[in-house]
Design a protein around this ligand. Structure first.
Ligand code: NDP
Length: 458
């Protein structure tokens, strides 16, 4: 394994993402590879002493049960700098502290990230410098194009990591292994045999105090634009010849470029809703609009559902419905592939002949195939049976797998610039229709499956 990165420079190191997700993931990566030597520098506007910063590191690593020589070395040597990271002089000082090739991780609000990129333009970056950017990547298609141009002026595309920590390496490989290492699925993986595909990410969690970010994003941008379209691209891609970055990202790009809102009509192909007060798993939850920091007039949706079409020979006519929401009754992370019904049922067989359904649960990754079999008591009567399998979990959480890719200089799992732009282009008509209220904002009580009139998916 090539280890290209010697320093991880975290801008916004005192923030929520850094403490809760990034540092625990780093702890896991270091635990897995105790030989790895990495200098970690934190910077943010908060006035933390190096001792306080190291304490924060220890706490985040402990939350991931991280331990070993590499973890100890990072805690013992890591430094923290209070700085305005939009200031070129401060950035130059931080970069001068970096040993070897740095990865600069933007754990910053998106508007600040753009200012830092502008400031970096005035600095000679060390050869090989990698830039890691969080979602959301820009605020719309034009913003993503502009941010790509800023980044391209700093480092080559292969050194730019648009992080999608939803879709880790294990999940991507589990999906591709299932599709391409089994002759029985791939010949059926097209519009001849598949009736519909649903990709669902339903959470029970409510806002959890994140109004500052979420109230401006909403479920469509937070999940569908940023993550679920990437899942769809993996499910729908043509067989890549290798699992290398170029092949995987080309194959995803082909799918995304062919994707449109179904029938070109956001009014018919999209729905949105917001949770009211309710009870989730026995705990009362206040209405979204009553959460601190929420501006009700923004009409932010907490549940979004959009049906897309992929205009290729393989997928023409197959609806792909992507849905994500908060404060729902059931935690569900699932890809549901519904096959077309059998062409002909021999006369003499009766009972349920529902189509075959392949369900792929994500994190933990599991799959089940729902098929029809002849009944145990009456062989004329069809019954439903389930073939279920659990995939290997992988040693790291998805975030750790993505971070390992960054530290090893492998951008296979990160979102390429053109794909980030495509994802905004795909959802733009929906965002416009929701802005001008062509699609009404419905309501659902927290702890339910969504608005009562919505037909369940999958
Ligand atoms: P926070 O607001 O919690 O943290 C932002 C950090 O940036 C703070 O450390 C803040 O320091 C620092 N900062 C802001 N401006 C400056 C500046 N000019 N100079 C130096 N430091 C600065 O945000 P999050 O950690 O929640 O989010 C960071 C990014 O990660 C965002 O893009 C977000 O969308 C993304 N993200 C977050 C997730 C999460 O669960 N939190 C999940 C997925 C993505 P200070 O507090 O002192 O101002």
């Amino acid at each position: 394994m090539v280890q290209s990165i010697s320093t991880l420079l975290i801008l916004g190191a005192s923030g929520d993402l850094s403490a809760r997700l990034l540092l625990p993931a780093l702890g896991q990566v270091l635990t897995r590879n105790p030989e790895r030597r990495l200098h970690v520098i934190g910077a943010a506007s908060d006035a933390l002493s190096t001792a306080e910063w190291r304490q924060l590191l220890r706490k985040s690593f402990a939350s991931a049960e991280a331990s070993g020589a590499a973890v100890d070395a990072v805690v013992a040597t890591s430094t923290y700098h209070q700085a305005d990271v939009t200031d070129p002089e401060s950035l130059a000082t931080l970069l001068a502290e970096c040993e070897g090739v740095p990865a600069i991780y933007f754990a910053l609000p998106p508007a600040v990230t753009s200012l830092v990129c502008a400031a970096l333009a005035a600095i000679d970056l060390p050869a090989g410098t990698e830039l890691a950017l969080e979602k959301p990547f820009g605020v719309d298609e034009a913003g993503a194009v502009a941010l790509n141009a800023q980044l391209a002026a700093l480092v080559p595309e292969e050194q730019t990591f648009r992080v999608d920590h939803f879709l880790g390496r294990s999940t991507v490989f589990n999906l591709l292994g299932l599709r391409f290492a089994n002759r029985i699925f791939e010949p059926l993986w097209n519009n001849e045999h598949i009736a519909r595909v649903d990709i669902v990410y339903d959470e029970q969690l409510g806002l959890e105090g994140r109004a500052g970010y979420y109230d401006k994003a909403g479920a469509l941008v937070d999940m569908i634009q940023s993550h679920l379209l990437q899942v769809m691209a993996v499910i729908a891609m043509e067989p890549p010849s290798t699992l290398g970055a170029a092949d995987l990202r080309d194959a995803k790009g082909i799918v995304l470029r062919a994707t449109r809102v179904r029938g070109g009509s956001p009014r018919r192909a999209s729905r949105r809703a917001r949770y009211g007060a309710g009870v989730v798993e026995g705990h009362p939850l206040a209405a979204y609009v009553d959460e601190p920091g929420v501006v009700p007039s923004r009409a932010t949706e907490t549940l979004a559902e959009v049906t897309f079409e992929i205009n290729t020979w393989r997928w023409a006519g197959v609806p792909f419905t992507l849905r994500s929401g908060k404060a729902l009754g059931e935690h569900r992370r699932e890809i549901v592939v519904t096959f077309k019904p059998a062409s002909h049922l021999p006369v003499g067989l009766r009972g349920r002949d529902d189509p075959t359904v392949l369900r792929i649960a994500l994190a933990p990754d599991e799959m089940s195939l729902e098929i029809n079999v002849n009944g145990s008591r009456d062989p004329h009567e069809l019954e439903r049976a389930l073939l279920a399998v659990t995939f290997g979990p992988g040693e790291l959480l998805a975030y750790g797998e993505v971070l390992e890719g960054l530290l090893d200089g492998d951008p296979a799992l990160s979102v390429r610039g053109d794909a980030a732009v495509e994802c905004w282009r795909i959802v733009a008509p929906v965002l416009a229709a929701w802005r001008d209220s062509t699609v009404p904002l419905e309501e659902y009580p927290a702890g339910t499956a969504g608005p009562a009139e919505w037909a369940p998916l999958g």
